[in-house]
Design a protein around this ligand. Sequence first.
Ligand code: UDP
Ligand code: MG
Length: 315
Amino acid sequence: MTEKNMSKLISILVPCFNEQDSISGFMATISPVLESLQENVEILFIDDGSTDETLKLLSRLAGQNQQVKVISFSRNFGKEAALTAGLDLVTGDAVIPIDVDLQDPVELIPQMIEKWKAGADVVLARRLDRPSDSFIKRLAVNIFYKLISFLSSTPIPRDVGDYRLMDRKVVDSICLLPERNRFMKGILSWPGYETEVIDFSRPDRATGRSKWRSWKLFNYALDGIFSFSTAPLRMWTYAGLVLSFFSLCYLIFIVAKTLIFGVDLPGYASVVSIILFFSGINLVGLGILGEYLGRVFIEVKQRPVYLIKRKIGFD
Ligand code: UDP
Ligand code: MG
């Protein structure tokens, strides 16, 4: 074994939700890579309330492998909560969250660490292509990134997931964010710092299936926009102003027409369509207000983001 640089610790964060089939393959793939590193390594698995054998496998693994630590949630809180817990608990000088399904290529880890040692605080892994995605999904993803970069003041890098290396100071900055709505793409990018990018092409899942469905993805995109921008509220002010202006013009026109040409009763169709149009617009406005109000409601409750049922391997 190569001489280890005892002064630095790399923490690998692995969220797992019902991943009994992925864990052994993941360990087999990542172990040689971690073995080859100069630094010390800890692997923290976060069992996100799995209902299968995941926790049993993980605790067995922690028994065999000194580097492995496990925390287990009291129920499923979602990947965002799992990552939040991981970032709160690890002590590494650099932290790398990675999916257990091998969709994040482990070969990038040494490259990330190289760049980190060369001075980068954040090393992003950027997906070059998504071969398995449908045209519609790719289009939707495109629109999402365009929209959010237009609306939000936090730059959210394109085609970058949670797989990245973060220096200790970046992790500490992220841990300062107390919000309950954990839109991780935004939260991880919020601190900024010296950022480098490595490109890779993302393979399909090795085992099991993704827990993301299109409806969930769509809601996730809305979440991102509402959590990282108040532009939709502002848009409403503009829409109100523009519509009021046109309504006023129309009102003047009608009054003038009535004064000049006398009373003219027909107009049922136009009245109904105007009422319907404005009711629709009002409802959308209320909906957007509701989105923010709902978020404020969740934030003021101040509930914890996750609950830990068990910790293994911590001293
Ligand atoms: N995951 C989790 N909690 C959840 C859903 C997923 O911890 O509620 C984990 C999952 O075990 C995996 C990672 O998050 O390690 C990515 O999940 P998935 O592959 O389903 O998402 P995708 O790769 O499609 O983004
Ligand atoms: Mg996956």
